[in-house]
Design a binder for this molecule. Structure first.
Ligand code: CP
Length: 353
C-alpha cells in the first residue's frame, strides 16, 4: 500500500483537483464541465441523428480501446457497440486482474502501451482523477467512462438526451434525485450538465449519503434552486418531472455496517406514482438493486430501459465529437458522400447525419 501511495497516479491525484476545466476543444472528455451549453445541444442533436441511423461507417480503419478497471455492463457494451456500428474496431479488457496491472504495472505505463496500439481510449477506473491523469500522459484522446465517485460524463449526456426526448425540452424542469447522492458520480455530473437549463433539484438521501457540499456550493454559485430531504414522499414525487433513482453503491463503502443501515432506505413502488404528473419519467443509471420495485417496470412512466438504449446514440455522438481525427474523418466522409451524390446527380440525397 505504501508503494501504491507513492505511485505517480496517487501523487498526481493528491496534487491536482479532480475538476477538469479544459474546454470542449480539448481532445479528451474527462468531465462534463468541459461542455458548454452549445456543446451539449450539438451533441444531443447528433445523438438524435445517430438514433435515426446508427450505422454510419465513419470510423473505418480506426481502433478504440475499452479499459475497464471497474465492472460495467451498459457503459462498456454501449461504447463497444457504438464503435462497431461506426465501422471501427475495439480491443480492451473488462477485468484488470487479467492484465499486467496485476503484476504491478502502473496506470501510466498501461496507458502509454495502449496508446501504441489505438486511436481512442475509453477508460473506467475506481480512482477519482484517473481519467484526467491518463489524458495528461498520452496524446491519444481519452473518454472518461467513470472515475470513482467523481464523474461519468457520457452517462450525463445520455441522461440529458433522455430528458430532452421525454420532456420535449431541457429548461425549467423539476428533478428529484434519490438515494446515494454522496458517492453517486452520475448525479454529480448531471447537476453540472443541467446547470445550463434552470433546473430545480430535490435531493433525497439519508444523512450518511447526502449531497456533498461541493455540489451544493456549485448550485449556490450558479443560482440553481435545490431542496434537501431525508423522507421520500409522494408529495415530492407529485411535483416532479424527472425522478432520478440511484443505487446505494456497496463498493464505495469502507464501513459495511453503514452500508447495511442505508441500503434499503428508499424503495420506489408503483402505488407511489398514482398522483404523479403525466409527464413524469423515472430514470436510473442502472444497475438497480432494490430501489425500484419490479411492479414499476410496467408503468409507462418508467424510462430506465429506454434510457440505457439512448446510451448508444449519445456515445456515438460523443466519440465523433471528441476526437479530432475522428471528426476530421467524419467530415471527410460527409464531404465524400456529398461529392458522390453530386457526381451521380442524385435527387433527394441526404447527408450521413
Ligand atoms: N450506468 C452505468 O454506468 O452502468 P454500468 O456500470 O453497467 O456501465
Amino acid at each position: 500500500k505504501a508503494e501504491a501511495l507513492r505511485s505517480p497516479l496517487f501523487l498526481y491525484i493528491r496534487v491536482h483537483k479532480t475538476e477538469y476545466t479544459q474546454p470542449m476543444k480539448s481532445k479528451s472528455l474527462v468531465s462534463i464541465d468541459q461542455c458548454s451549453k452549445e456543446d451539449i445541444l450539438r451533441i444531443l442533436d447528433n445523438a438524435r441523428k445517430f438514433e435515426a441511423n446508427p450505422n454510419r461507417k465513419v470510423l473505418e480503419g480506426k481502433v478504440a480501446a475499452t479499459l475497464f478497471f471497474e465492472p460495467s455492463t451498459r457503459t462498456r457494451l454501449s461504447f463497444e457497440t457504438a464503435v462497431n456500428r461506426l465501422g471501427g474496431r475495439v480491443i480492451g479488457f473488462s477485468d484488470a486482474s487479467t492484465t499486467s496491472s496485476s503484476k504491478g504495472e502502473t496506470l501510466k505505463d498501461t496507458i502509454l502501451m495502449v496508446s501504441n496500439y489505438v486511436d481512442l481510449i475509453i477508460m473506467r477506473h475506481h480512482l477519482e482523477g484517473a481519467a484526467r491523469y491518463a489524458s495528461e500522459v498520452t496524446d491519444v484522446p481519452i473518454i472518461n467512462a467513470g472515475d470513482g465517485a467523481n464523474q461519468h460524463p457520457s452517462q450525463t449526456m445520455l441522461d440529458l438526451y433522455s430528458i430532452q426526448k421525454t420532456q420535449g425540452k431541457l429548461t425549467d424542469l423539476n428533478i428529484t434525485m434519490v438515494g446515494d447522492l454522496k458517492y453517486g458520480r452520475t448525479v454529480h455530473s448531471l447537476i453540472v450538465g443541467m446547470s445550463h437549463f434552470n433546473p430545480t433539484f430535490n435531493f433525497i438521501a439519508p444523512n450518511e449519503l447526502r449531497m456533498p457540499d461541493e455540489q451544493k456550493n456549485f448550485c449556490d454559485k450558479h443560482g440553481i434552486k435545490y431542496n434537501e430531504y431525508t423522507e421520500f414522499t409522494e408529495d415530492i414525487i407529485n411535483q416532479t418531472d424527472i425522478l432520478y433513482m440511484t443505487r446505494v453503491q456497496r463498493e464505495r463503502f469502507t464501513d459495511l455496517e453503514e452500508y447495511e443501515r442505508v441500503k434499503n432506505v428508499y424503495i420506489l413502488k408503483n402505488d407511489m406514482l398514482k398522483n404523479s404528473r403525466e409527464n413524469l419519467r423515472i430514470l436510473h443509471p442502472l444497475p438497480r438493486v432494490n430501489e425500484i420495485a419490479y411492479d414499476v417496470d410496467d408503468n409507462p412512466k418508467a424510462y430506465y430501459i429506454q434510457q440505457a438504449r439512448n446510451g448508444l446514440f449519445a456515445r456515438q455522438a460523443i466519440i465523433c465529437e471528441e476526437s479530432r481525427f475522428l471528426i476530421f474523418n467524419f467530415q471527410l466522409s460527409i464531404f465524400n458522400y456529398q461529392k458522390l451524390c453530386q457526381q451521380k446527380r442524385k435527387k433527394n440525397c441526404r447527408s450521413p447525419l
